[in-house]
Design a protein around this ligand. Structure first.
Ligand code: GDP
Length: 228
């Protein structure tokens, strides 16, 4: 898959590990992990595939509601990408929605290795109730969040910028937001720069980063907006 990055990309090493229906099935709670959340069809799988430079690591689908597991990808023994189920969709049975609400709430509350959450939103439909729920859990448990407004190629620059600023204004200080397009690759470098510190990786030389385990979540210094 073509990428727009000339930077080192430590996410290319991502490998599928396991799909979990319950928290007990997750790998040991050590090292660093970053969770990717998003409503079904928002573009989460496409964003993960672009990030990892792998065409079909995360499955993409035109059928909303298909991803119904917590999927773990490993970068190395201490670093994981966690693909959360996009359960906020009307056709997901109420019982399953209730299951995931409970599981994810417990995950946000108790997962010590969770260093940050990327909330993927379709730039044309940002901040839906499901997204707000994710952000509320992040805030409640002191987990930093980064919003990726994807499918930016579907909007002209002016409306995309207006949406970015509107979302930025509504966020608490420790959250950040950017525009993105899995189709063009725009915003990939910004995403990598945002993720690297959560994984204890440096942008310029990822091999020298140090991943620290523990219950303390690193907080970004303040809100940022980017239209790269
Ligand atoms: P998920 O359900 O959130 O994992 O969403 P997918 O990644 O499967 O994407 C849903 C649909 O949106 C698919 O048809 C993708 O091809 C499309 N899509 C995803 N990202 C982009 C993007 O940045 N630009 C455009 N134009 N389409 C996208």
């Amino acid at each position: 898959m073509a990428t727009a990055t000339a930077k080192p990309n430590p996410y290319r090493s991502a490998k599928y590990v396991i799909s979990a229906h319950r928290l007990a099935q997750l790998p040991d709670d050590t090292g660093c992990e970053v969770a990717f959340s998003g409503r079904s069809n928002a573009g989460k799988s496409s964003a993960i595939n672009l990030l990892t430079d792998q065409k079909s690591l995360a499955r993409t689908s035109k059928t909303p509601g298909r991803t119904q597991q917590i999927i773990i990808f490993e970068l190395d023994a201490q670093r994981r990408i966690v693909d959360l189920p996009g359960y906020g969709y009307a056709k997901v049975p109420a019982k399953l929605r209730a299951h995931w609400k409970e599981v994810l709430q417990a995950y946000f509350a108790n997962r010590h290795s969770l260093k940050g959450v990327v909330v993927i939103m379709d730039i044309r439909h940002p901040m839906r109730p499901f997204d707000q729920q994710m952000l509320a859990w992040c805030q409640a448990h002191d987990v930093p969040a980064h919003i990726v407004l994807t499918k930016a190629d579907k909007l002209k620059r002016g409306p995309a910028q207006a949406t970015l600023l509107g979302v930025l204004k509504s966020l608490p200080d420790c959250f950040s937001v950017q525009t993105f397009s899995a189709k063009s690759g725009a915003g990939l470098n910004t995403l990598i720069d945002r993720l690297n510190p959560w994984y204890g990786l440096e942008s310029s030389n990822p091999q020298h980063g140090d991943c620290t385990a523990g219950p303390t979540h690193d907080k970004p210094s303040g809100p940022t907006g980017s239209t790269t």
